[in-house]
Ligand binder design. Structure first.
Ligand code: FES
Length: 146
């Protein structure tokens, strides 16, 4: 069995977790088992790494994670319009995923780009100075419609 203090093994696990999450947006229990099998390490070790880093999600979510900022700067620039547009255009609310597994919506406090308020991040890419039309266009682009 693998030594828990082996930096190479944790790097391999982290890399595998990143690869899977970037492909499907989250990591399933089956994915964790597969990583453990492929790397020849204990499931508990893979699980511990996956749950230690907040960047990894074990909760099913869409290919694109839309984080809508509702911090003070964004709130003052009517971020509720962006949330409302996403709610109606995609038919999802905070914490929900579209039925086609494409989009998950999360409301967050500050994305660190207040000068560009209102702001969303989609898979860590920041989009600022948003309007209802702009967020629709971004969603359409990600769906391959534009
Ligand atoms: S308050 Fe929205 S990015 Fe800071």
């Amino acid at each position: 069995m693998l030594d828990r203090n082996n930096d190479n093994s944790s790097e391999e696990v982290i890399q595998a977790l990143q690869d899977i999450q970037s492909l499907q947006g989250y990591i399933s229990r089956e994915n964790l088992k597969e990583i453990s099998r492929n790397l020849g390490i204990a499931y508990s070790y893979t699980y511990a790494i996956a749950t230690f880093y907040k960047t990894f999600s074990l909760k099913e979510r869409g290919k694109y994670l839309i984080k809508v900022c509702d911090g003070t700067a964004c709130h003052l620039k009517s971020s509720e319009n962006i949330v409302d547009e996403i709610n109606s255009y995609l038919g999802i609310r905070n914490g929900e995923t579209t039925s086609d597994q494409m989009f998950t919506l999360e409301q967050v406090n500050c994305l660190g780009a207040c000068a560009m308020a209102p702001v969303v991040s989609i898979n860590e890419k920041i989009y600022g100075n948003l309007t209802r039309k702009k967020i629709r266009n971004i969603i359409d682009m990600l769906r391959g419609k534009k």
